[in-house]
Design a protein around this ligand. Structure first.
Ligand code: SAH
Length: 254
């Protein structure tokens, strides 16, 4: 999901509809528990004393897993209070509430002290402030030797059809190949440890498919609301483009 901080009423309204829609699904971006754990497997030495920040955590798909599988303390940050509320509920239900804190704030100015975290985690969210800007900005919050793990929309091929190129170049001009993303990571002062392409089910089973039912409910509730109907059409269009061009577009976990 995207963000755009135009401060007018229509945009604000868009946001509340977008939040309502995404509150009804477990993930607000492509990913899966298996891929989160695969990425976590590249990180050594976490203990109950370790601290992890999940930036753009949404309703907590990765924050909950990270807390459960590491024993570390997770600070989960997002712009939207309704997402954080759902994350807190899920943390209580799964007995993880004492190891997850939620912070309402922006990832471009998080209220964190320097060298606080062993790991910075961010799935499907760093694009909101830009990959390079985010990596540069966040580095100060990492302890020495700490890790950053992010997913980033990436081209899987060097050439691509105009329709998909145009859609994503407009939606996210920083989109690039995975190789270039890794170069950028290095230029920002990090050493690459691992990178992999998220499997197809991260997009389908865990992201676009649950949204079909969400759209059905949403259409029922907001029938006749032009903004809501446009929103649904946009979400469906993005899903259809993915289906058509999935060999060209993917999401890298670096
Ligand atoms: N990590 C979650 C959510 C991904 S969607 C998952 O994988 O399911 C992107 C998230 O980033 C949304 O929850 C959105 O509210 C949040 N977001 C967008 N811009 C943000 C910003 N500037 N600061 C903090 N969070 C932001």
């Amino acid at each position: 999901m995207g963000n755009n901080h135009e401060n007018n009423t229509e945009q604000q309204f868009d946001f509340s509809l977008l939040c309502e829609y995404f509150l009804s699904v477990d993930r607000q971006g492509p990913g899966s528990g298996a891929s989160t754990l695969r990425a976590l497997g590249f990180i050594d030495g976490l203990t109950a004393q370790s601290r992890i920040a999940d930036l753009g955590c949404g309703t907590g798909a990765s924050a909950l897993l990270l807390a459960r599988h590491t024993g570390a303390h997770v600070t989960a940050l997002d712009l939207f209070p309704a997402f954080l509320e759902k994350l807190r509920q899920r943390a209580v239900e799964t007995g993880l509430a004492d190891r997850i804190d939620t912070v309402e704030g922006s990832m471009d100015n998080p209220p964190f002290g320097d060298e606080t975290f062993d790991v910075l985690w961010s799935e499907g969210a760093i694009y909101n402030i830009g990959f390079v800007h985010g990596l540069e900005l966040w580095r100060r919050y990492l302890k020495r030797g700490g890790y950053v793990a992010v997913t980033e929309i990436s081209w899987l091929t060097d050439e691509r059809p105009a329709e998909i190129a145009q859609f994503w170049n407009e939606a996210y001009p920083e989109i690039d190949t995975m190789g270039h993303k890794l170069e950028q990571l290095q230029q920002c002062g990090y050493r690459p440890v691992a990178a992999f392409v998220l499997p197809d089910d991260c997009w389908t089973t865990h992201y676009y498919e649950p949204q079909r039912e969400a759209r059905r409910m949403f259409f029922g509730k907001h029938c006749g609301n032009a903004t809501a109907e446009q929103l649904m059409r946009d979400q469906r269009h993005e899903a259809q483009l993915y289906e058509r061009y999935k060999t060209q577009i993917g999401r890298a976990h670096v």
